[in-house]
Design a protein around this ligand. Structure first.
Ligand code: SF4
Length: 392
């Protein structure tokens, strides 16, 4: 590769660099062959070549142990207490949500019941569940109970290895909700600080403090959660390297089993994109320093990269990486990122993906993104899935 290489990932434009490394390893290539391929054919930096290789090696045993008749279920809850500056998802603020949630939940329960029948009729069973959004813990404890009961009634959960619920905003986390999750078999949650700097939390539109994060983590441990993920973002507006390092150190004091390090991405439908001139963005080189620090720091603490993906318009053309303590890899994240397993998605914004490894065929259908649309067009969402599975 020539001197023209401008970005850490060289000519690689895809969102799944580790998938390429896995493919090469599956073909019998050695670690050195893979490194050489990334360096010489793709023009990546040695750091990114090693990251792709290491991630692929963490993913492969998970893929080998995957249940071939398993599927994953994704449930979308498109409600958050406030909207983050950089958010491009369709989420409703609390006031609008309070009106919509009961009707949304009724529709969601119907779609879950349908998804359960579809799964059983196709001889499949549930291997992982992921409830995301949005912030699912925007729902009350009673509403969470209703939702989780519907999943239990619709699917045989005896084969389910992993049940994740995002509890991203600490200001939505209560002991009652956490206990409800535990009672229904949820065994992994995600509490997402993004930054541990008060000023930054204010800038990005989150109505909580770093102490709220610490409190939510303590509550979650008290309620018995022993697998918790925390998300952080490198390159948030106004953040220096020192601020990012402080976030990483404060997060790791809370000892999450998984830490996901995202790189700031400027999404077109975000408020940040609209008012870009009002914010001090971190330059690409500095974000790279943050991301490199995160990698080294995670390794020092005994965590390894286990899944990764790239997005459009990420500062410095970098990537998002999930790190974990050995043995706490989140299966769902690997399955979805490496496109290993069929994912049935219900609720707003979900993408149902059928994966046929024998025919090497992947198909996708999309649920609508707006809750009002979802409520009005539920039958259509159900019919789309019915048709998709009939064609399999
Ligand atoms: S918590 Fe996530 S989904 Fe909710 S507003 Fe923030 S970025 Fe968007």
């Amino acid at each position: 590769m020539s001197e023209t290489t401008k970005t850490p990932w060289g000519i690689l434009t895809g969102i799944r660099p580790a998938k390429l490394a896995t493919k090469l390893l599956r073909e019998g290539k050695t670690d050195k062959d893979v490194m050489d391929y990334f360096l010489n054919e793709c023009g990546t930096t040695p750091e990114k070549a090693a990251l792709a290789l290491e991630t692929a090696k963490a993913e492969m045993p998970v893929e080998d142990a995957m249940d071939k008749d398993g599927i994953s279920l994704y449930v979308g809850i498109p409600f958050c207490p406030t909207r983050c500056l950089y958010c491009s998802f369709v989420t409703c603020g609390t006031r609008q949500a309070a009106k919509l949630i009961p009707e949304y939940l009724e529709c969601l329960k119907k779609e879950i019941a349908f998804a359960g029948k579809l799964t059983a009729d196709n001889g499949k069973h549930l291997e992982t569940v992921y409830i995301g959004g949005g912030t699912p813990t925007t729902l009350s404890a009673d509403q969470l109970h209703e939702l989780l009961s519907q999943i239990e009634d619709s699917f045989a959960l005896s084969s389910c290895k992993e049940f994740t619920v995002e509890a991203g905003r600490p200001d939505t986390v209560t002991a009652e909700k956490l206990k409800t999750l535990r009672q229904h078999g949820v065994n992994r949650i995600s509490i997402n600080p993004q930054s541990m700097n008060t000023e930054t939390l204010h800038t990005i539109g989150r109505a909580h403090t770093p102490d709220d994060i610490r409190g939510a983590m303590e509550l979650a441990r008290d309620c018995g959660f022993d697998c918790i993920n925390m998300d952080v973002i490198a390159g948030l507006p106004g953040e220096t390297f020192e601020m990012f390092r402080y976030t990483m150190e404060e997060v790791e004091k809370l000892k999450p089993e998984n830490t996901t390090v995202h790189t700031m991405s400027i999404k077109r439908s975000s408020r940040l994109h609209e008012y870009l001139g009002d914010y001090a963005l971190t330059d690409g080189a500095q974000v790279e320093t943050m991301v490199d620090f995160a990698y080294r720091y995670m390794k020092e603490l005994g965590k390894h990269p286990y899944y990764m993906y790239r997005q459009k318009n990420q500062l410095g053309n970098l990537e998002n990486v999930g790190y974990c303590k050995p043995g706490t890899e989140n299966l769902y994240n690997i399955y979805i990122m490496e496109e290993l397993q069929t994912i049935l998605s219900v609720g707003c914004g979900g993408v149902t993906k059928t994966v046929d490894p024998v025919k090497n065929k992947i198909e996708r259908i999309f649920n609508v993104k707006e809750p009002q649309d979802y409520i009005a067009r539920l039958d259509e969402m159900i019919d789309r899935k019915k048709n998709m599975f009939e064609e399999l």
